[in-house]
Design a protein around this ligand. Sequence first.
Ligand code: PRP
Length: 174
Amino acid sequence: MLKRLFSEQDIANTVKDLAGRIENDFPDEEILFVCLLKGSFIFTSDLVRQVGNRSRIDFMRVSSYGNQMATRGNVEIVKDLEEDIEGRNVIIVEDIIDSGLTLTRVRDLLLTRNPKALRICALIDKRCRREVEIEGDYVGFTIDDGFVVGYGIDYAEYHRNLPDICVVVKEDEV
Ligand code: PRP
């Protein structure tokens, strides 16, 4: 069953706070937001509407989990960016950092393209599960271990449309 971790209001407050921090760091500068599909689609759409800067948005799709609850460790680029990021301020928008393998792969790839600045904005950081060292520059929530869904994040492609962020709990853990 699902147990609510963060409500719509909690998330809205946090997204607004993250947007404010980004605006402060890039006063009057253009930003290219890179939405990592699929999990970040709702977070990105809310975040970019809170950022007052002139912005562009592009999408990448990388795959690391399949339908399982454990990481595969092999991060595949399924869809690359369409924008040229050389000399531009780029913010990777990620729903959740778990092992860190996805972001490490994406960050390292984008760094080879010589952006002016490259930052990471993650809504959720599950730090205890990290397998490689990587940190978000803008992090919304830090959580303990547990499988979360909602607000774009799935379990076997379900629950992405939940407005809240919930944790999946077994019946005997309730
Ligand atoms: C999930 C999540 C992150 C990534 C984090 O994506 O959305 O992108 O895993 O895990 P990591 O830090 O261990 O690499 P997933 O590959 O499941 O695809 P999805 O975004 O389409 O759900």
